[in-house]
Design a protein around this ligand. Sequence first.
Ligand SMILES: [Zn+2]
Length: 530
Amino acid sequence: MKLSFYGADRCVTGSCHCLEVCGKKILIDCGLQQGRDEIDNRSLPFAPNQIDYVLVTHAHIDHTGRIPLLVKNGFHGEILTTRLTAELMQIMLLDSAHIQESEAEYDNRKGERAGKEPVEPIYTVEDAQNVFRFVSTCEYGETVALCDGVRVTFTDAGHLLGSASITLEVSENGLTKTIVFSGDIGNVDQPIIRDPQYLKKADYVVMESTYGDRNHTEVWSYTDELAEIIDETLSKGGNIVIPSFAVGRTQELLYFIREIKDAGLVKSVPDFPVYIDSPLAKQATTVFCGDLHGYLDEEALELVKDGTHMFSFPNLHLVETSEESKLLNMDTTPKVIISASGMCDAGRIRHHLKHNLWRDNSAVVFVGYQGAGTLGRRLLDGVESVRLFGEEIAVRAKIVNFQGLSSHADHDHLLSWIESYDPRPARVFVVHGDADVIPAFSAELETRGFATYAPLYTASYDLAADRELERGYQPEKKRTAAATLADDLYSKLLAAAEALLELVRSKKGAPNKEKKAFTKQILDLIEARR
Ligand SMILES: [Zn+2]
C-alpha cells in the first residue's frame, strides 16, 4: 500500500499521484506542469504501460494534460471519471493537443533557420483522440468496484462542472484503509454548480491547498457591479473586453449577463450585444447545455425545468472563425467581448486588447486570477503601454479587477473541509499549493491536531506502516522569460534610483530655490508611486 507523488508537490500544477495496492497501480490525475512549475512535461517519472487505472478528479489541464502522453507511451488500462468531466476533458485535451502541435511547428520553423534538429510535439491531436478509447464514466455517489480489493466513489467537489473528490476503499493483506483525494475543492455559493460536499470518513487524505494562506474578499453583488461597468462603458460608446477562461468562467459570465438582461440592469443599451470569441468556450458551453441532471445546484436545475436557458439571451453571438473575430474590430457598435486566454498570454483576446486598450472609452474587466509575469498581471499593475503584435499600444482603457469569482475554496473553507472528518484522518498529505503556502498551511493543520506530510516531487509513502519510503526532491524552477525581464527591469530601476541619489548629492551648493523645487519633485514622485 504505497502512495507516490508525481506532481503538484509544493506547486500548483501537474497534479499526479500514484497508489499501488492489490498488485495494481492507480494514478489519480495526470496533469500538465504549467509556467514556472514545469519540470519536464515530455517524460513521465514512471512507466506508463505499468499503470492499470487513471482516476480523474476534473477536466482542468493541470489535472489531465499529460493523459495523452501516457496513452502515447503505452498506457492501455482504464480511465475512470464522472460523465461530465469526460465530456469536458475531450474538448480540453483536443485543444491542448492543438496547442502542442502549433508550438512545435513554431519552434521548428525558427529552429530550421538556426540549423537545429526538429522537435516533436509532446503529443498530437491523434494521441488526444486515442485517450477516449480507454475512458469509462460513473455518476456522483456511485461506488465502483475497480478490481479485487479496490472500491472507488466520486463525490461532488463543487469546483467545476463534473469535478470530484475521489474516495478509495482498499483492502490488502487483511488491512482496509480509506484514502480520499480532494481534487480541487470548490468555493461556496458559486453560480451553476453545487457547493463542495463534505466527506466524513478517511484514514488518509491527500488535500489541495491553493488558497491555504488567503481568504477571498467579501462577496458583493456581482451582477450589479458588472451591470454598472457595462452600462457606463456602453453609454460612452466603448467596448467591454473580458479576458476569460473558456471552460467554467465563461459560462458563469453568460449566467450573470442573462440575469443582468432579465432584470434590465443596463439602462443605456438594454439589448447590448455580447460576443463569445473563443471556439473552445463555444464547445464547452454546449456541454453546460447538455444533460446536467445530478450535476447542478437547485437554482440552476429550476431554470432548466422552466425551459429558461441558463446561458443564452437575445443578442448573444458565438464567434467561430478568426475572420469573424477580426471583423468584430471593424464593427463600431459598442459591445461586450468575452475571449480567451484568461491571462491574455495567447489567443484572440490579444487582438481585442490591441484594438481597445488605447481607447479611453473602453474597459477591460478581469474576472480571474492573473499569474505573475502575465500580460493580465501587468495591466492590473498599471503599465502605461504594452507591446502587442510588434506595436506599442498605450493603455488608456479603464482596467477593472473583479475578484469576486474564485472556483477554489479559501483558507477558512479549506479548514472546514478537513475538519468535517470524524474521526480525524491518521494523516493529511498537503499538495497543490505554492512552495511558501504548503509549509505554512501544514503547520496550521498540525496546531489543530492533524498529522501532516508535505511531499517533494517523486516522494513515496508506505500507507500500511504510516512512514516515508523515499524523500523525493525539489526540482529547479524553470525561469520564464517574463521573470528574467522583471528582474532586469528591477535592476534598471535600482540603477536609476542610485543615479538620482548621486544627482541629489551634487546639489549641495546649488541655490536654495533649486534645492526646494527638486525636493518637491522627488516627494511628488514618491507620492504618485506609493
Ligand atoms: Zn481545477
